[in-house]
Design a binder for this molecule. Sequence first.
Ligand code: PRP
Length: 208
Amino acid sequence: MINIALPKGRLGERVYRILEQVGYPCPSVLEDNRKLIFENPEAGVRYFWVKPSDVASYVERAAADVGIAGKDVLLEYQPEVYELADLGIGKCRMCAAGRRGFRDRRDQTLRVATKFPKIAKGYYSAQSRDIDIIKLHGSIELAPLVGLSDVIVDLVETGKTLQENDLEVIETIVPISARLIANKVSYKFKYQEITALCSQVDELCRQR
Ligand code: PRP
């Protein structure tokens, strides 16, 4: 039995359809209810719906053998897991952004609002820029609009949220996409199953 942590939401549903196609079906996963665990013993698979930012914790601690996590979460938390494949979906980019026309006056500490303090610190320390991190959990774009921060470090997908709030990208820090990750012990003890799943998923994603 292979235990798979799926990120709750649209990305998770897309990933499930890929896994279903390559031989890990469990149709009850897509039922409209609030259950969190789904099992198909015949296919040898058990799925969990997990908050996207928690997938890496479930996999790191072996509650799941494999999972699908955003590269953003992997860069931020650096969990002890194997990153097996880039699925090439859930694409977006991690960016520094500010109000339109914002110019950084380097004589003052830059106030940076973000859900990703580690990524933000890494980015600004590479520029030797002195910053003050304001850790938020959502609606990051609001911070510079109401004077809570000078800039933000956040995910940009379509760019619509920035645009509709008179913000603009200052610089792209890193491109982001969904990654297949595995627990290190599971990888050893369920090597055949995990590598088979990985190569099938990888192949299908490359064809898309
Ligand atoms: C994410 C991200 C941006 C937005 C970017 O937020 O933090 O706010 O999506 O998408 P766009 O470029 O397509 O507009 P999310 O929807 O996860 O909500 P949050 O505000 O709770 O972080």
